[in-house]
Design a protein around this ligand. Structure first.
Ligand code: NAD
Length: 272
């Protein structure tokens, strides 16, 4: 059941295969389940720390009548994203849609970040996305009939927040790399876009809320509530299904003339 409105129908198989990175929970899980409802067989990836979550989501996809495979792998290593795509093809036959969703967040004033903090952020959110795009595109080009690649950007890809310096920079990277990949791979029939969520109720925002609250002298939940009240026109926190709905559209044929765009879904918070 989707959190807002009616659940989307479970469609017949479309014969296509999707890979969603970082999909053991949160936004990635919602995207995986929505693509399964849309007719895709779906490969679930996450790091070994979240292996139990991978198995849970694989079972949820299978319960919708779709095939699935769980793949433990770290997107910051290009050998592992190549192996991930090979495993998708070995298990599910091909790759039509890749969603580079995996990401991490860190809340610190820039001057307090260490070189290791900055390296880690870029290795997952920038390099990890680049690795996922490239490994997937190589397979789609080999198949010869196009594909769709999506990446996780953020509202901070447009309007940055203090304390989210390294994160904001990594999400501007997503927007830039997505544009260039779209330009270079259009000739292969591959559309490349990014989705930019606002403030979504996931474990990532639990972490951001605690860190901001500590800095601002607030109790757990209060920083998030202040952001919702002060920033979001529609005055409600986003849920992962809001993002899954946008991804469903962006991967559909209705979006066939859209490529290179980073599209915001945030209840009226940040304006491109
Ligand atoms: P989350 O922390 O709940 O889930 C992210 C998942 O990515 C986790 O399961 C994590 O284990 C996985 N991951 C982290 N590093 C990885 C790696 N190296 N390889 C493979 N998997 C890895 O976060 P979420 O809120 O669901 O966010 C999903 C994406 O959406 C992220 O890219 C995030 O930056 C972006 N986003 C989130 C929000 C929000 O408000 N929650 C807003 C804008 C953008």
């Amino acid at each position: 059941m989707e959190a807002n409105g009616h659940p989307s129908p479970v469609k017949e198989s479309n014969g296509k295969v999707a890979l969603v990175t970082g999909s053991s929970r949160g936004i990635g899980q919602a995207i995986a389940l929505r693509l399964a409802r849309d007719g895709y067989d779906v490969a679930i990836n996450d790091v070994s720390f979240n292996e139990a979550g991978i198995h849970k989501v694989v079972k949820q996809v299978e319960a919708l009548g779709r095939r699935s495979v769980g793949i433990v792998g770290d997107v910051s290593d290009s050998a592992q994203t190549d192996a991930m795509v090979a495993k998708v093809v070995e298990s599910l036959g091909r790759l039509d849609t890749a969603v580079a969703n995996a990401g991490i967040a860190e809340i610190k004033p820039i001057l307090e970040t260490t070189p290791e903090d900055r390296r880690k952020m870029l290795s997952v959110n920038a390099e990890g996305l680049m690795n996922t795009y490239i490994s997937s595109a190589k397979q789609m080009i080999k198949q010869g009939d196009g594909g769709r690649i999506l990446g996780a950007a953020s509202i901070v890809s447009y309007n940055t927040f203090p304390m989210l310096g390294t994160y904001s920079a990594s999400k501007w990277y997503v927007k830039g790399f997505t544009q260039v990949a779209a330009k270079e791979w259009a000739k292969y029939g591959i559309r490349v876009c990014a989705y930019a969520p606002g403030i979504v109720d996931t474990p990532m925002w639990d972490k951001i809320d605690l860190a901001l609250g500590k800095e601002m002298g607030l109790k757990p939940g209060q920083a998030r509530a202040q952001y919702v009240d002060g920033l979001i026109s529609m005055k409600r926190l986003s849920v992962p299904e809001d993002v899954a709905k946008l991804v469903s559209f962006m991967t559909s044929d209705d979006a066939e003339y859209i490529t290179g765009q980073t599209i915001i879904t945030d209840g009226g918070c940040s304006f491109a």
